[in-house]
Design a protein around this ligand. Structure first.
Ligand SMILES: O=C(O)CCC(=O)C(=O)O
Ligand SMILES: [Fe+2]
Length: 268
């Protein structure tokens, strides 16, 4: 795992709201993580989220054909957990986001299947149960992600224009720009990746992906991180109902079983 980024990389992330990191995982690590992800996805079957409480099944709608989406694999797979909670990664996301600590919000396998629909332009953080301008996600390519099979695209600097108004990932590719017309003035940047590359993006950066025009699978593993001290904003999202019952707006989201703390490797 590549764990060092330059000051210029960090400045670029903060300015543009995303960063491509080539060769984040070694070939061996990529093979190991991919096998663990595919095993956990298979174990879930049509259940979208691991854990006993949330029944969220995949079906045959438009969104089901954007990607095979399976959440919180860290709960199922010790290998996935080891990668997503790796202290080196913990330090990296804190340095990029400028925070002192992070918790896992959720992880997700996102597999754009052959001929899968595009991922409409969207922001992530407005879906979640906390608001933060420093939330960050990692997106790790476990197969090459290309212009042909639906690599990610980002709008540089859009995180500075974003509020917390939400727009669903639906059939309208450009629905986001009805809410944020100024974002549509930005030139989008595609980020093709080799297997083992990753990108980081701010939870308020506009991003999307094209259709998968190939007969291969675009396989990615992602994890979203919530800054230490984030508080409940009243949105349910993926919080388990038994925990949700105990929460009032403004409460700290610090339940270790739901949102585990990500340790930071101490630099020399
Ligand atoms: O994989 C995709 O197509 C979209 C990924 C995404 O929206 C995310 O990681 O936040
Ligand atoms: Fe997203």
């Amino acid at each position: 795992m590549r764990t060092e980024l330059s000051a210029a990389d960090i400045a670029r992330y903060q300015n543009e709201g995303f960063l491509h990191v080539p060769g984040f995982l070694t070939g061996e690590e990529t093979v190991e993580l991919k096998a663990a992800v595919l095993e956990a996805v298979a174990a879930l079957g049509s259940r979208r989220i691991s854990g006993d409480e949330l029944a969220w099944e995949s079906g045959e709608g438009y969104y089901d054909h954007v990607f095979t989406q399976r959440l919180n694999l860290w709960r199922l797979s010790a290998t996935v957990k080891r990668y997503m909670l790796d202290p080196h990664l913990g330090r990296l996301v804190c340095r990029l986001a400028g925070t002192r600590g992070m918790r896992v919000w959720h992880d997700q396998a996102l597999i754009k299947e052959p001929f899968g629909n595009p991922t409409a332009w969207h922001l992530d953080n407005p879906y979640w149960s906390f608001h933060s301008r420093q939330a960050i996600s990692i997106w790790i390519a476990l197969e090459d992600a290309t212009l042909m099979n639906g690599c990610l695209w980002f709008m540089p600097g859009s995180h500075k224009l974003a509020r917390y108004d939400n727009v669903g990932i639906g059939e309208d590719l450009a629905g986001l720009f009805k809410v944020y017309p100024d974002m549509a003035q930005i030139d989008p940047v595609p980020v093709p990746m080799k297997a083992g590359d990753c990108s980081f993006h701010n939870g308020l950066t506009a991003h999307g992906a094209g259709a998968n025009m190939t007969r291969g699978r675009r396989i990615a593993m992602t994890c979203a991180y919530m800054p230490q001290g984030s508080t409940f904003n009243g949105t349910t999202n993926v919080l388990p109902p038994s925990y949700l019952k105990t929460l009032k707006v403004g409460d700290m989201l610090d339940n270790e079983a739901v949102n585990p703390w990500v340790a930071q490797e101490v630099s020399a």
